[in-house]
Design a protein around this ligand. Structure first.
Ligand code: S6P
Ligand code: ZN
Length: 188
C-alpha cells in the first residue's frame, strides 16, 4: 500500500481522509447504563449519537497500526455520563495508546482477574493500555471528548466478555454537579 497523509482537526476530531467511520447511538447500547428507565426514555425522545470513531484507512492485519480519533459527545443517561461500550482486544497480546486532544474524561481500564484502574483524560494526557486490560472512555465535560488512539492491526475487539460480566467494575456518575468514579456494585 501507499503511505497515508491525513489531517486531524483536534477541535472536531475529524480525520480526512478516513476509512469507514463508526457512529454509535444510545439504542446501540441497550442495557449498558445503570438507569434502564432513563435509557429507554432517552432512546424514545432523541436516541442521541453518543460517539463516533474516525479511523485511518489501514488494513486490520498484523504489522499495521490501526489509529484514528474517537469523539464522545457530552451528555448523561440518568446520572451516568456518555461513554463507549468498552472492550478487550481479541488478541490479548495487543496494547493500545490514547492521547487526549480535547475535553475532559476518564479512561476506565480493568483486567479479567479483578484489577480496576482509571486514568484522567484532559488535553495532552497519554495513557498506555497494556495487553489484557479492557478499556472504556467516559466524557465528563461540557463539550466533546476527543482522543487519538493507536493499536496493533490484528488486535480485534471483544465486546462479549464485558457484556457477560455485566459491565465494568467502575462507573462514572454525576454527584452534586461533579463527576465521581465509583464501584459499579452488583453489576458483575
Ligand atoms: C479501538 C479504540 C477506540 C474505540 C472507540 C469506541 O480499539 O479503543 O477506537 O474503539 O473509542 O469504543 P468501543 O468500545 O465502542 O469500540
Ligand atoms: Zn481497544
Amino acid at each position: 500500500m501507499d503511505p497515508i497523509r491525513a489531517a486531524l482537526d483536534a477541535e472536531t476530531g475529524q480525520v480526512e481522509p478516513h476509512g469507514e467511520a463508526i457512529t454509535r447511538r444510545l439504542s446501540d447500547m441497550k442495557g449498558y447504563y445503570l438507569d434502564s428507565a432513563a435509557e429507554a426514555r432517552l432512546v424514545d425522545e432523541a436516541n442521541p449519537v453518543l460517539y463516533e470513531v474516525f479511523p485511518l484507512d489501514v488494513p486490520e492485519e498484523e504489522g499495521h497500526v490501526l489509529c484514528g480519533t474517537t469523539v464522545i459527545h457530552p451528555g448523561k443517561v440518568g446520572t451516568e455520563y456518555f461513554m463507549t461500550k468498552g472492550h478487550f482486544h481479541e488478541n490479548d497480546r495487543s496494547a493500545e495508546v490514547y492521547h487526549t486532544l480535547r475535553g475532559l474524561g476518564y479512561l476506565l481500564i480493568e483486567t479479567g482477574d479483578g484489577r480496576a484502574e482509571h486514568c484522567e483524560m484532559k488535553p495532552g494526557s497519554v495513557c498506555y493500555i497494556p495487553p489484557g486490560w479492557a478499556h472504556r472512555t467516559v466524557n465528563v465535560g461540557q463539550g466533546p471528548l476527543v482522543f487519538f488512539y493507536a493499536m496493533p492491526g490484528d488486535a480485534g475487539h471483544d465486546y462479549g466478555s464485558i457484556e457477560l460480566r455485566g459491565g465494568f467494575r467502575e462507573v462514572v456518575v454525576e454527584e452534586s454537579g461533579l463527576p465521581v468514579v465509583q464501584p459499579s456494585g452488583g453489576r458483575q
